[in-house]
Design a protein around this ligand. Sequence first.
Ligand code: CP
Ligand code: NVA
Length: 289
Amino acid sequence: MKILQCASEVKAKLKSGDRNFLPFKGKSMAMIFTKPSMRTRVSFETGFFLLGGHSIYLGPDDIQMGKREETRDIARVLSGYNDIIMARVFTHQDILDLTKYATIPVVNGLTDYNHPCQIMADALTIIEHIGHLEGTKVVYVGDGNNIVHSWLLLASVVPFHFVCACPKGFEPDEETVRKAKSTGISKIEITNDPKEAVVGADVVYSDVWASMGQKEEAEYRRKVFQGFQVDEALMEIAGSKAYFMHCLPAERGVEVTDGVIEAPYSIVFPQAENRLHAQNAIMLHVLGL
Ligand code: CP
Ligand code: NVA
């Protein structure tokens, strides 16, 4: 919550045109990407620049993590040149290894397991539109993936009602669900019935059915996920107060209809913009600034 408060303050400063807040001046960030990205790359790079810093993009072919060089060596070498590392990787163990061996902060820009920066931006967006996250009902419809795990981790520290409606066999990681429930902080439900789940939602949330690294399963998943598309009828069941959110990129006509993304209740673009502000606050926090 302290980080989100900071995100709002720095956002207001940037939105006012003030370019004199330069806490990252003289600082350098290495950004490792083993997967594609638009939002994560541009929001980190631009956000760090707007607060005075310099960032270096290292794409899949540049350092070839774990192939050309071991992750533990990369972590230590990059620590010698930079002040912070941001990494988007496949296996979650890679981010843990980077964190273990780096002597500078490492920020998770998505792994197969979770996507914490996205959920911080989502929380900021909900607070801006509804006024608070506490007590809201957030209903995720689709695959029990990395986005869901980050929602569950957030529900372990902030009290709200989180429901994940997914097809049988595509539930989120059991251990993560168990741990989140055991905190007793939030009401958490995992269900296979999207129509029942969305009733009374403040937010209906969707993500791709086949994440990065699963694209060869896309066709099969399209069949299994029938009934889990967020369309106008599902939003109608959710009720008039429901906003629609999606981490993007979206496959229009697959997990969500074009009409829902373009509807007045869709807040996907302010949500995407908030990646920059949430991440700036996260970087200020981990750098102790
Ligand atoms: N939402 C998100 O992380 O988008 P990118 O994959 O474009 O970075
Ligand atoms: N679940 C998606 C999120 C993309 C931001 C993926 O991992 O591809």
